[in-house]
Design a binder for this molecule. Structure first.
Ligand code: PLP
Ligand SMILES: N[C@@H](CCSC[C@H](N)C(=O)O)C(=O)O
Length: 450
């Protein structure tokens, strides 16, 4: 039995005693006591055979459950009984592997066009697992606009783990070229970045990194796009990871992280710390994520068409809006050369922190909340919330506008969302209202700032 692709019962390959082995071979479905064993229900969609369109692949699963359950059963069990004293069963302990988790991992590997996917307890746990590939003295090159938690983990590794971290503006590949060296063990990219929506040229940077050091791991955080819109592994990345808490699950009812690779030996190296530390996703959350991922396409399509309308609405009223679906985005062409859509996160400036606070607090349909990718719409001030762990001095050095408002668009009716935003802008005093129009009090859009 190979652990590749499932990661269960690692390091326990023995098939049991000689008589047990003969019995198993002769009667594969009968255990030592003569019980008729059902086939394992773990298998999901194998990454082989006919490929359907993504909408179909998201919902189509295969299994060999004894009752043909259409929804994968939740194996809420920490342990699995063995048929022989020397173990060797497909599963032994849920930290090492669980049929519900394996089913999800195989499904995600297919969706992410990967040879192997691993699911863990959060997006940050995924990054923690990936950074365990690093050794003291290794260098990491990464962006100057990153999710606050990513920045925090890298800072911790820089302070306590002997890792040298270079933050550069990765929107210009030449900046990466300047700091990269044979000591660069990892290039870590986010695109579009959270929260400044900066776009990064994955193929170009992956080429630069691999040319400088063929062993350099290019890791891409794909949380803002999801596999529906972007496949970094197809663009030269070695590892892709995402917070499953966001679009993949879509309902803010679980925390999860997903890691995917094409190199199966790299997959084994990543599986090791998951088993060793115990951050594999629980059976129930695996089931919940499996359920959520099936509706990814319909949710994302509604979310991004809403986001496009909202971005256009704000820009047309004088606000500087950052969204890759707008022609005014400086890397519009680059983004659309890599991705199949613009996603549903945008940010905009108001020109005044107090004004931004009042807008956020005046909104009703837009919940004041961190996170994104959920069916309901959210509004937040990144410098006060999701990115507050980046100190004020660093935020200033990285040109993060303190008045930035981030909108994470859900699946509601777009007219209701725009109405609510319009009302919040008026109530907060962010716009000058005339008889037939209204415009930002502090216009910040390209027409006024360039
Ligand atoms: C871009 C990005 N990556 C990773 C994470 C971490 O994910 P999680 O919250 O699931 O740990 C987040 C948000 O938390 C994020 O916004
Ligand atoms: N208090 C949390 C904040 C989580 S932010 C979640 C998400 N990535 C976002 O960008 O909104 C923390 O300190 O991590």
């Amino acid at each position: 039995m190979s652990t590749a692709g499932s990661g269960q019962n690692a390091g326990n390959e023995s098939a049991g005693s000689a008589s047990g082995t003969v019995l198993k071979k002769t009667f594969p479905h009968v255990d030592l006591d003569g019980h008729n064993l059902p086939p394992s229900p773990a298998p999901s969609s194998p990454h082989s055979g006919r490929r359907y369109a993504i909408a179909t692949e998201l919902v189509y699963t295969e299994g060999s459950d004894q009752y043909n359950a259409s929804s994968v059963p939740i194996y809420q069990s920490a342990t699995f009984k063995q048929t022989s004293g020397s173990g060797g069963g497909e599963y032994d302990y849920t930290r090492s592997g669980n049929p519900t988790r394996t089913h999800l991992e195989r499904h995600l590997a297919k969706i992410m066009s990967a040879q192997r996917a691993l699911v863990v307890s959060s997006g940050m746990a995924a990054l923690d697992v990936i950074t365990r590939l690093l050794r003291p003295g290794d260098e990491v090159v990464t962006g100057d606009d990153l999710y606050g938690g990513t920045n925090r983990l890298l800072k911790y590794l820089g302070t306590h783990g002997g890792i040298i971290v270079h933050h550069v503006d990765t929107t210009t590949p030449e900046n990466v070229e300047t700091v990269i060296s044979s000591k660069t063990a990892m290039v870590l990219l986010e695109t579009p970045t959270n929260p400044l929506i900066k776009v990064v040229d994955i193929p170009k940077i992956a080429t630069i990194a691999h040319k400088e050091n063929p062993n350099c791991i290019v890791a891409v955080d794909n949380t803002m796009m999801s596999p529906l819109l972007l496949n970094p592994l197809e663009l030269g990345a070695d590892v892709v990871y995402e917070s499953g808490t966001k679009y993949l699950s879509g309902h803010h009812d679980l925390m999860a992280g997903v890691i995917a690779v094409n190199d199966t030996s790299l997959g084994e190296r990543l599986y090791f710390p998951i088993n060793a530390s115990g951050c594999g996703l629980s059976p129930f959350d695996s089931w919940l994520l499996m359920r959520g991922v099936k509706t990814l396409k319909v949710r994302m399509e509604q979310q991004q068409s809403n986001a496009q309308l909202i971005a256009e609405f704000l820009e047309s009223h004088g606000f500087k809006v950052r969204y890759p679906g707008l022609r005014s985005h400086p890397q519009y062409d680059l983004h659309h050369s890599m991705a199949r859509g613009s996603g549903a996160v945008l940010s905009f400036e108001t020109g005044d922190v107090g004004l931004s606070e009042r807008i956020v607090e005046s909104a009703k349909l837009w919940a004041i909340s961190v996170s994104f990718g959920c069916v309901n719409s959210l509004i937040s001030m990144p410098c006060r919330m999701s990115h507050a762990s980046i100190d004020a001095k660093t935020r200033q050095e990285r040109a993060m506008p303190e008045d930035l408002i981030r909108l994470c668009v859900g699946i509601e009716d777009p007219n209701d969302l725009i109405d609510d935003l319009r009302r919040a802008l008026v109530q907060a005093g962010a716009v000058n209202v005339s008889l037939d129009d209204f415009q930002a009090v502090h216009p910040t859009n390209a027409a006024t700032t360039n």
